[in-house]
Design a protein around this ligand. Structure first.
Ligand SMILES: N[C@@H](CCC(=O)N[C@@H](CS)C(=O)NCC(=O)O)C(=O)O
Length: 219
């Protein structure tokens, strides 16, 4: 049994997508952010921080999307979705897997300010402006990198693209896709993958964003 604890549109999509690339179909337990469903004793027994994803697999419960991605690639190497220790691209793979969290943290801070605070008066235009600039700055080196090759690794698609690709799509709620043409093309390339489509259809509709784009408010 493989069970994924998920919020549609969140980092749990990374795990769902990787499982689909491996031809694995998890049972899905869906939650919502900010409705208290992650804030229960039984969920915190799985993920003490009350976050998604959590993945029940191989008789254990794993948390942290990056760790889950690395674990799945190492325990299921036959899918060839990551360079393993000793491979010349291993170090670069690990850098991109973890850099994806640098990008995701900016998005998470913007989600809190722009989506989850219940009252507009609680938002800080200063913080939103700073985080939007930090997000754009963290994407710029990727824009250059992906202007020259189709995927993060020169050898082709890998699980690093799953870690990062999820963030690129979310980032375009806060930075204009037109300013990042290589990343936009990359995001579309990833979205065409059959496994991406499978996971997207199975996860259910995004429950996070209510608008396509969130401008930095005046102030
Ligand atoms: N580094 C963790 C971050 C997990 C995380 O923060 N997930 C978000 C969704 S993308 C969440 O569960 N947020 C719920 C909350 O902040 O209450 C990972 O990669 O799994």
């Amino acid at each position: 049994m493989i069970r994924l604890h998920a919020v549609p549109g969140s980092r749990s999509f990374r795990v769902h997508w990787l499982l689909a690339e491996m031809g694995l179909e998890p049972e899905i337990e869906n939650y919502r952010i900010a409705d208290g469903s992650l804030d229960t004793d039984s969920y915190r027994d799985m993920n003490p921080a009350g976050r998604v994803p959590a993945l029940e697999i191989d008789g254990r419960t794993l948390i942290e999307s990056g760790a889950i991605i690395e674990y799945l690639c190492e325990t299921r190497p036959e899918h060839g979705l990551a360079p393993l220790p000793g491979d010349v691209e291993r170090a670069e793979f690990l850098v991109w897997v973890h850099y994806s969290e640098t990008v995701a943290t900016c998005i998470q801070n913007l989600n809190l300010q722009q989506v989850f605070l219940p009252d507009a008066a609680m938002r800080s235009p200063t913080v939103i402006g700073i985080e939007t600039r930090r997000l754009a700055r963290s994407l710029k080196p990727l824009e250059r990198h992906l202007g020259g090759q189709d995927f993060l690794l020169a050898s082709g698609f890998s699980a690093a693209d799953i870690m990062f690709g999820f963030g690129v799509e979310a980032a375009f709620h806060y930075v204009h896709a037109a300013k990042f043409p290589a990343l936009s093309a990359y995001s579309e390339r990833l979205a065409q993958r059959p496994a991406y489509q499978t996971a997207l259809a199975a996860q259910g509709p995004d429950t996070i964003y209510r608008k396509d784009f969130y401008e930095v408010p005046d102030g």
